[in-house]
Design a protein around this ligand. Structure first.
Ligand code: NI
Length: 171
């Protein structure tokens, strides 16, 4: 497995729409293993393929609390088939917007259909942090990041802070 470099805002790649996966094979599984290792290393609880430079409709998520056994989840070609009317607000972060957080409102629950690690069709009903995380990561597949929900002024402030953070880390 390998830790891959993470793309950060304002990289134009993050604005692109990802393509559906055509075949779930060993090459893809190796890539998903690398995505997971990259996410754990960051550390983070969710990662979309575009964040490591590949425009494929793949997410990895693990929301297991610290100190508990890892519970990696893989979502290939995920589709949200239902969202609740009830909303929920979480203070969201993103590995492509390091060290920055904002309260974002989304449906509290959702149903998502996807292919799993072995290429089998699955559908789950998610709530709480998992529902938020799935919707946040799904946004990445459509070229959307959480700061796109904020005002233009706030958004540019976040981007400036990320640029500074990236520069400091590199220097
Ligand atoms: Ni994100």
């Amino acid at each position: 497995m390998a830790v891959l470099p993470i793309v950060t805002v304002p990289d134009p790649l993050l604005k692109k729409v990802s393509e559906p996966v055509k075949k779930v094979d060993d090459e893809l599984r190796t890539f998903m293993d690398d995505m997971l290792e990259t996410m754990y290393d960051a550390p983070g609880i969710g990662l979309a393929a575009v964040q490591v430079g590949r425009l494929l409709r793949i997410l990895v998520i693990d929301i297991a609390p610290d100190g508990e056994d890892p519970n990696p989840m893989y979502f290939i070609n995920p589709e949200i088939t239902w969202t609740s009317e009830e909303l929920n607000t979480y203070n969201e972060g993103c590995l492509s917007i390091p060290e920055q957080y904002a309260d974002i409102e989304r449906p509290a629950e959702c149903k998502v259909k996807f292919l799993d690690y072995d290429g089998n069709e699955q559908e789950i009903h998610a709530d709480g942090l998992l529902a938020t995380c799935i919707q946040h990561e799904m946004d990445h597949l459509n070229g959307v990041v959480f700061i796109d929900y904020l005002s233009k002024i706030k958004r540019s402030m976040y981007v400036r802070k990320v640029k500074k953070h990236v520069k400091e880390k590199a220097g």
